[in-house]
Ligand binder design. Structure first.
Ligand code: NAD
Ligand code: ZN
Length: 367
């Protein structure tokens, strides 16, 4: 028997930060109902949509009723996440005589969200921002937490600000068009949330992986909601990344190293993080801090998720050196997030290059 059609469940996750509180709203089809959402978030009346041509082509129709202003379309792709693109947004806003009673609505993945968010943080010293993330990575990660910014030719995310959104609207329906590799890349960050804070989420991914890959909206909404609750809790406790927020960095020390070693060309960010999580587990097992069965469970889940780009040609020593240059080194000390079980981590500051080297070789880099 089929159930009578009911309104899809709507999750509201509060985020509290010193600079303001807001809600993450998750519901299938919510991108069609943004006018009501913006009203209830008291978003100022002049609304400017910022997106990119491919996303607008796929999904722009949903947003037509939100504003009569033409959308500001910026080029997509990591290399366009730069100051020049922010300049194009300023130009469009100034030409349209946008004033402080303006809301910027960012519709896109992390690149659009970070770039449009930085424009919102700085235009007229800051105007309200609503994030409508369209990739899985943006829905579980980049649209939440208030970090916005762009790259410098010499380094990623070197220019930025904290600018909390007025609201985040997450529609799992938007993910139907996402290329499979992008979807999978976002899913590794969901695995990360399981590893750092929720055995339940990890187990759910393990048992329902096939349904997750079918992108069944209700299941996706659950998994996204659980991820957002974890990020929201960490961000609420620690807006500016000192203590608890570090756990979000699990898998990222070696992940960033692999990305930089391959000039950001070989891996999607999440794929590099998948390797980074495996390396952190190897290191933890070698120290006796993690039961090998937990490492094996992670390895099996990641293997089932699909192929990762090869690493056998990369030098473990060079990867360790790149990890040493990571910006997460505070005052010369590498803060390394170590798993202690599925669902818990600890941060240590005494990881040696030798240990990191062995862990990096254990995940397949050449010695
Ligand atoms: N601000 C933060 O806290 C934070 C956190 C993590 C990552 N980031 C940043 O996020 C960026 C990566 O974001 P991303 O992974 O979303 O990549 P992305 O924004 O480049 O999007 C990936 C690709 O998917 C396409 N796309 C987007 N939505 C689509 C949809 N619904 N259907 C079909 N195609 C779609 C885009 O056009 C693009 O080609 C990086 O720049 C990273 O630094 C920021
Ligand atoms: Zn990440």
């Amino acid at each position: 028997m089929t159930a009578p059609s009911a309104a899809p469940p709507h999750q509201r996750i509060p985020v509290h930060t010193p600079s303001g509180d807001y809600q993450i709203e998750i519901a299938t089809g919510i991108s069609n109902r943004l006018p009501a959402l913006l009203e209830s978030a008291r978003a100022p009346a002049r609304r400017f949509l910022i997106s990119s041509p491919p996303i607008w082509k796929l999904h722009g129709e949903r947003f037509q009723t939100l504003t009569s202003e033409p959308p500001i379309l910026i080029p997509d792709g990591e290399r366009h996440k730069r100051v020049a693109t922010v300049g194009r947004i300023y130009d469009a806003l100034v030409r349209a005589a946008a004033d402080r009673a303006t809301t910027i609505v960012a519709v896109g993945g992390g690149v659009v969200g970070d770039t449009a968010g930085f424009a919102a943080a700085t235009f007229l010293r800051g105007v309200p921002l609503v994030q409508v993330p369209t990739t899985l990575l943006a829905q579980v990660d980049s649209a939440i937490g208030g970090k916005v910014g762009v790259n410098h030719p010499l380094g990623k995310n070197l220019i930025g600000a904290f600018h909390q959104p007025l609201a985040v609207a997450i529609d799992p329906d938007l993910l139907a068009t996402l290329p499979r590799r992008e979807f999978r890349a976002g899913l590794y960050e969901v695995v990360k949330y399981g590893m750092i804070a929720s055995r339940g989420l990890f187990d759910r991914l393990t048992s329902d992986l096939a349904a997750v890959f079918k992108r069944e909206p209700a299941l996706l909404a659950d998994v996204i909601g659980e991820s957002c609750r974890i990020k929201a809790a960490v961000v609420s406790a620690d807006e500016r990344e000192s203590g608890p927020r570090r756990a979000l960095n699990f898998g990222h020390t070696m992940g960033h190293a692999l990305e930089s070693l391959t000039q950001y060309k070989r891996f999607r960010h999440g794929e590099a993080v998948a390797y980074g999580m495996l390396a952190a587990c190897e290191l933890a097992v070698a120290r006796g801090a993690l039961d090998p069965s937990a490492r094996d469970a992670l390895r099996e889940l990641i293997t089932r998720m699909g192929p990762l780009p090869a690493v056998a040609d990369l030098s473990a020593a060079e990867a360790v050196e790149a990890a040493g240059r990571d910006k997460k080194i505070v005052g010369g000390t590498l803060h390394f997030v170590l798993p202690t079980a599925i669902g818990t981590t600890t941060t240590v500051t005494d990881v040696t290059s030798e240990e990191l080297l062995r862990a990096t070789e254990a995940i397949g880099l050449k010695g």
